[in-house]
Write a protein that binds this ligand. Structure first.
Ligand code: PGA
Length: 249
């Protein structure tokens, strides 16, 4: 059985005062059935990890450099995130791929570094609207999986997030049939590459405009093991509604 995962991605949002949202979330969900993860900006990882100690909330980073240390001004390594109390890191988010020109090779190197540092890794994949309109969605996903996911993963250390670029922050979501088609495809690719043991253990999250109001129907789709949530993870009340829907799924 895969443990469901509700992952929040705060993106470039959050100051110290916003840690109060985490206190509220922890108080409202002291013992969730699902795993709960928040990925704040790097500046808040250590403070959030200290603040969530003893709660059910885990903390992750949003990106990491492939090197462990060195002359890379402005970057953060996986070992630094782990040292600050993170247990997960997101890699290959479409905003990183677009804003920082990160390629599949870059993402794979980051994922490898994260695993070497003992972090679990959430590898993001997803098509643009033009790619979906051209019926290229599964080809794009296939290429991103092959290029971005390193070889040395386990069922527990790897999470895939399917995030259609056109659904992120737009309020638009694919139909449940479209989500199911991609999640089933990702599962089949993982089983073909890593064998059924590992392939069936990897969690596959859906991301892109998940809200309390649409979470229940998304979580009922086959091979959806949780969500990667941006905007609706910033407020404890919204994210709490998503956790409740996942716990009930
Ligand atoms: P959104 O972002 O929930 O605000 O659409 C999702 C994501 O980018 O992970």
């Amino acid at each position: 059985m895969r443990v469901k995962l509700a992952a929040g991605n705060w993106k470039m949002n959050g100051l110290s005062a916003d840690l109060a949202e985490i206190d509220a979330l922890a108080a409202a969900h002291p013992d969730p059935r699902s795993e709960v993860l928040i990925c704040p900006p790097a500046t808040l990882v250590a403070a959030m990890a200290a603040r969530t100690d003893g709660t059910a909330i885990a903390v992750g980073g949003q990106s990491c450099h492939p090197a462990a240390s060195g002359a890379h001004t402005g970057d953060v390594s996986a070992a630094m995130l782990a040292d600050a109390g993170a247990t997960y890191v997101i890699v290959g988010h479409s905003e990183r791929r677009a804003d920082h020109g990160e390629s599949d090779d870059d993402v794979r190197a980051q994922a490898r570094a994260a695993l070497e540092a003992g972090l679990k890794v959430i590898v993001c994949v997803g098509e643009t609207e033009a790619q979906r309109d051209a019926s290229n969605t599964l080809d794009i996903i296939s290429g991103q999986l092959a290029g971005s996911v390193p070889d040395l993963v386990t069922g527990e250390s790897l999470v895939i997030a399917y995030e259609p670029v056109w659904a992120i922050g737009t309020g638009r979501t694919p139909t449940t049939d479209q989500i199911g088609e991609v999640h089933d495809f990702i599962r089949a690719r993982l089983e073909a590459r890593f064998g059924t043991g590992v392939g069936r253990s990897v969690r596959i999250l859906y991301g892109g405009s998940v809200k309390p109001g649409n979470a229940t129907e998304i979580f009922a789709v086959s091979n959806v093991d949780g969500a990667l949530v941006g905007g609706a993870s910033l407020k404890a009340s919204d994210f709490g509604g998503i956790i409740a829907a996942l716990d009930a799924a």
